[in-house]
Ligand binder design. Sequence first.
Ligand SMILES: NC(=O)c1ccc[n+]([C@@H]2O[C@H](COP(=O)([O-])OP(=O)(O)OC[C@H]3O[C@@H](n4cnc5c(N)ncnc54)[C@H](O)[C@@H]3O)[C@@H](O)[C@H]2O)c1
Ligand SMILES: O=P(O)(O)OC[C@@H](O)[C@@H](O)[C@H](O)[C@H](O)CO
Length: 490
Amino acid sequence: MRRLSLNTLGEVPKSSRPDLDPSQLTTGVVHLGIGGFHRAHQAVHTADAMTATGDTRWAISAVTQRSPRVRDQLQPQDGLYALALRDGTDTRVRVVPSVREILDGPSEAEEVLNRIADPAVRVVTLTVTEKAYRLHPATQRLDTGDSEIRADAAGRPPGTVVGRIAAGLRRRRGTDAGPLAVISCDNLADNGALLRQAVTDYCGLLPDGEALVEWIEEQVTFPCTMVDRIVPATTEANRTEVTSTLGLRDEATVLAEPFSQWFVQDDFRGPRPAWERAGARLVPDVRPYELTKLRTLNACHSLLAYLGGLAGIDTIAEAVEIDDLAGAARRLAESEVRPTLPPAEGIDHHDYVETTLHRFANPALRHTTSQVASDGSRKIGPRLLGTVTDSLGQSNAPEMATLVVAAWLRQVLVQRTDDGLALEVNDPAAPTMLQATEGRTDVASLRPALAAAGIPDALLEDSRFTGRVEGWYAELDRAGVRATVRTAVR
Ligand SMILES: NC(=O)c1ccc[n+]([C@@H]2O[C@H](COP(=O)([O-])OP(=O)(O)OC[C@H]3O[C@@H](n4cnc5c(N)ncnc54)[C@H](O)[C@@H]3O)[C@@H](O)[C@H]2O)c1
Ligand SMILES: O=P(O)(O)OC[C@@H](O)[C@@H](O)[C@H](O)[C@H](O)CO
């Protein structure tokens, strides 16, 4: 079957064809980490902003970070791909035109730096997963002892995200290409500030680092963002379905829910796409929205992923249909998270929780518990530990938050469901945690495991945290998920 491409675009059914002519767009954005989420979120808001304004300077040069797979899917299609928005049995398919170039970061490192230094480029966005920032979990500062970071700083073509950004900024400084905004779109609280600090820490390892930091302060902003759209990993079934809708083969299909939200801190020194004309909110302070989303939506997602996974449940939609699991998510969100949140204008927290659980229940997404559970050691902090710390500070008991931590620990240490089936564990800290526990899975092994995962000392030394985690862990071991949660939500 013929592939989707510029040559075949005219054969796409009219209802799925883009409003923009892709060949008329020029590049103004570099994106690092062209995974599913970018294709379903920022690339779409950016296409819609160009359509709304007629300002076609914002096509995207997208960079793969570790494997050329997405480049190999998109390049034969001239960067075109279909987004399938699915809600229950409804599906809407649209071809997205904004990705105009795909570079493979590892093998085309020089080109990537040239793009970042290009005066036409005014925005760099990134979606690279939490672990790619290489932050020390306890300090949330760049782990400058990381061997890959040190190798980048020693002058090899940069392979890490922070190394690549710093090298690109250094080149841009050399070409005097003008101000730039570097926008993290990953699920991290204060993502812009964390990235700025990580780049600054990295510059500290470079011989010309001080001058580069001075230039960055003058020319580069790091707006914080809150991004929200559920985008599961694409399956072959998704590709086949979209192929039959388009009448053309699309290897780079992405699937998402219809809901999409984007809050961006309005901190730009140069031009940018008019995202506010395409559903985004440009606000002076993103923090209340970001905290609300991370501590509510993402924390409930993790709750369903860890407890659901241990209970042998494959998808988030199936997990949230179990009343006690939904009840535990509500208890976490309403009783523990809500008192810790600053007011976020326009957000009613109760409605937010109910909308979130309704979105999770979308059966068409088939978002797996194992995908959401991945990289737990990097997600537990931003999603749950802030709630734990703030709750303890307010003398509120973080029962559900610690239950999630215990469930994560059981996944990593025991790696079996309650029925004894093997659980796939994908966590960069898992080897160190298993080494620290020497293969033991009893309650006494939890503190070494938490320490190895980089949980901050203040929590490790607080028995109100460790005691609860140990209690829940023992209960999960004794009674299993379903009975533990049933008792917990009574
Ligand atoms: N998928 C979603 O529903 C969703 C929603 C909101 C935010 N996000 C954010 O987007 C991120 C990416 O999600 P996705 O669905 O696109 O995932 P994905 O697996 O499709 O893509 C991940 C991207 O990150 C890169 N990456 C992974 N590990 C890396 C590392 N160690 N160093 C450098 N690059 C690395 C990969 O190369 C790839 O380009 C998430 O981690 C999250 O922070 C995702
Ligand atoms: O993408 P991750 O791996 O950081 O987290 C998995 C999900 O919790 C997350 O992607 C949500 O679907 C998303 O944050 C919704 O906006």
